[in-house]
Every structure is written in structure tokens, then in C-alpha cells.
Design a protein around this ligand. Structure first.
Ligand code: FES
Ligand code: FES
Length: 162
């Protein structure tokens, strides 16, 4: 397939990339834009390690052809949520609760949790478990991940009631 130029809005910046239209978005992010926070796990939409937000919805970038990203859609990767020097409150909650072991699944977990919290700002434990259910963690850090999200929610709502 011939290469074409695509304009992508990623983490608030516009990029032009020249790739084949059936190139997975994950490869464009990692190889062309050097945003390597999104991980390649299964490559078939099962594990969630490659999750990114597209217009606020968590999507699996390994399964999205760059040619299917519409002009103007806003893509947010883990790099767009916070930095090592300036973690987002949710990222900080993951650190505080040691919600990872190897960390490979963590970007996808945080992206998925971010999407959950945008649509359900005060989720119950069951809602958190349900939303995170299809993101896999080979290290088995599930309990800590759930506790990190719960703690973030508690802090958010405590802040609102003060
Ligand atoms: S790498 Fe995309 S879902 Fe596993
Ligand atoms: S922390 Fe290792 S895969 Fe989740």
C-alpha cells in the first residue's frame, strides 16, 4: 500500500506522518512520534497495554489503522497525562499504591482508568473492577491497581467536600 501523509493531533500537538494507511496507530506513535509509553503486548486487542484515549475513549491502538483515525480526533497517550517530574494525581496514586510490578501494563491501565473516571467520576469498587477487567496485568497487580483508583477517587471527592 502506498504511503500517505496523515495529520494527527497527539497530546495537543499536530504531527504529519507519512505512512501506509493500514499501519497500526501504535507503531506510528512509537516509531514515528517516539512516544513509547504505549506498549505492544498482544497486538490483537486483548491485553490493553497499547491503550490510548481517542476523543476521551480508551481505544486499543494496536488494532486501529492510522488511516481510520479521523482528522481532528484528539489522541492522548500516557505522555499526555503527566511527566516523571509532574505526575498527574492518578499517576501519583498508582505510585503511592505500588500499583505495578514490571510496569508494562501501567500506561494502558492509567489510560483506561482515566476514561472510566471521565465518564463515571465517582465509581464504585464494582464499577472500577468492571472497567479495568479487560486490561491484563501479568504481574497480578490487580488489587493494588483497584486500590490506587479508589484512593484517587476518595481524594478527589474529599477535596470537593472541603
Ligand atoms: S497490544 Fe494492543 S491490546 Fe494488547
Ligand atoms: S505490572 Fe507487570 S504486567 Fe502489570
Amino acid at each position: 500500500m502506498a504511503k500517505q501523509t496523515f495529520n494527527l493531533n497527539v497530546n495537543g500537538k499536530n504531527y504529519n506522518v507519512k505512512v501506509e494507511p493500514d499501519e497500526p496507530l501504535l507503531w506510528v506513535l512509537r516509531d514515528d512520534l517516539k512516544l513509547t509509553g504505549s506498549k505492544f503486548g498482544c497486538g490483537v486487542g486483548v491485553c490493553g497495554a497499547c491503550s490510548v484515549l481517542i476523543d476521551g475513549v480508551a481505544r486499543r491502538s494496536c488494532c486501529i489503522h492510522v488511516g481510520n483515525v479521523s482528522q481532528g480526533q484528539k489522541i492522548i497517550t500516557i505522555e499526555g497525562l503527566g511527566t516523571l517530574d509532574n505526575l498527574s494525581p492518578l499517576q501519583k496514586a498508582f505510585v503511592d499504591h505500588t500499583a505495578f510490578c514490571c510496569g508494562f501494563c501501567t500506561p494502558g491501565m492509567i489510560i483506561t482508568a482515566t476514561a472510566l473516571l471521565a465518564r463515571t467520576p465517582n465509581p464504585s469498587r464494582e464499577e472500577i473492577i468492571q472497567a479495568m477487567d479487560l486490561n491484563l496485568c501479568r504481574c497480578g497487580s490487580y488489587i493494588n491497581i483497584i486500590e490506587a483508583i479508589e484512593s484517587f477517587v476518595k481524594d478527589q471527592w474529599r477535596g470537593k467536600s472541603e
